[in-house]
Design a protein around this ligand. Structure first.
Ligand SMILES: NC(=O)c1ccc[n+]([C@@H]2O[C@H](COP(=O)([O-])OP(=O)(O)OC[C@H]3O[C@@H](n4cnc5c(N)ncnc54)[C@H](O)[C@@H]3O)[C@@H](O)[C@H]2O)c1
Length: 290
């Protein structure tokens, strides 16, 4: 029988040290940093578009919970009530600015107000979005235009403004775009072609900008939720057959919750992901491979 002492004798010294050191000990070259200080978002400030409700709100809440300041830009005149409690609950600063992400002037005003209050930015999450379920031949040009304007152009313009601010500050930053599983996956019998096209644009924008902005220390990633229980899901939930289908397709056998998505986003925003750019983090209960 092979005893431990035998194994030790056979291993080269450097390999023996690597395999037997406990994970909390720094490596001899000092390259192993503790994880806990890299999870909080303390002293960072992020813009969250579409944060008045739904997934965007859950992300704004999660950023606050991790100590970050948030400026929400959303077309709704006001956010869910709970948004106003975040500052006191977590000792952070929050702002709410009614903004149309498809309108450059409206975005410029939101950035000016945000900078007036916070003085610097560390990135953004683009969650503002709109959705339309209907067969291809029933779509009008106006339908496609609306999807592209809010989902794709809105993401493009918001990111462009935030990145211009990061470049002016000469600081690194993190951008997380909420794409969708619909950017890459077709669910048989469910039709949202204009939405598919608009989110595929967001997905590719994430890859392109990761490459272009990486040399400036600006990381760009996308998060692609699967079916997630928000107001956006309401049309699908109206039909019991569709609901059953949506719940049964993912290997994890349920619809996603907003709180399934937010941790993926805060991971990508934080310093723990400092070597992660150009990825798409899929949060879909395995739907993509079903
Ligand atoms: N719910 C899902 O199943 C699901 C799945 C994949 C991706 N997504 C994406 O997640 C994001 C959030 O969706 P949600 O499910 O929370 O939906 P939601 O409808 O609850 O939230 C969307 C938010 O975007 C805001 N918004 C819409 N148009 C805007 C505009 N022109 N300017 C600024 N804000 C605008 C709305 O006011 C709302 O607060 C969207 O980008 C959506 O495409 C959702």
């Amino acid at each position: 029988m092979l005893r431990r002492s035998h194994i030790r004798l056979r291993l080269p010294l450097f390999l023996h040290r690597t395999l037997t050191s406990t994970p909390t000990q720094p490596l001899p070259d000092g390259d192993l940093h503790p994880l806990k200080p890299r999870i909080p978002l303390t002293n960072k400030t992020f813009v969250v578009t579409g944060g008045a409700r739904g997934i965007g709100y859950s992300i704004a809440r999660a950023i606050s919970e991790l100590g970050g300041n948030v400026s929400v830009w959303d077309i709704a005149p006001s956010p869910v009530e709970d948004y106003h409690t975040l500052a006191d609950e977590f000792g952070v600063k929050t702002m709410y600015i009614p903004t149309d992400v498809s309108d450059e002037g409206s975005l410029r005003n939101a950035l000016d107000q945000t900078m007036g209050t916070f003085g610097k930015l560390d990135g953004c999450v683009t969650a503002a979005g709109t959705y339309l379920v209907q067969p291809f031949l029933e779509h009008t040009g106006e339908d496609l235009s609306r999807m592209l304007k809010v989902n794709t152009l809105g993401t493009f313009l918001t990111t462009q403004l935030v990145v211009s601010q990061l470049r002016a500050q000469n600081t690194p930053g993190s951008i997380v775009m909420i794409a969708s599983i619909a950017a890459q996956t077709i669910i048989p019998g469910m039709y949202f072609s204009a939405y598919n096209a608009s989110k595929a644009g967001v997905w590719m924008l994430g890859r392109a900008l990761a490459y272009e902005l990486g040399p400036h220390g600006i990381r760009v990633n996308t998060v692609s939720p699967g079916f997630t229980d928000t107001v956006m899901m309401a049309p699908l939930k109206q039909d019991p057959e569709t609901l059953k289908k949506v719940e049964s397709i993912p290997p994890l056998k349920r619809i996603g919750k907003r709180s399934d998505v937010a941790p993926a986003v805060t991971y990508l925003l934080g310093d723990g992901a400092s070597y992660v750019t150009g990825v798409d983090l899929v949060v879909d209960g395995g739907l993509q491979h079903a």
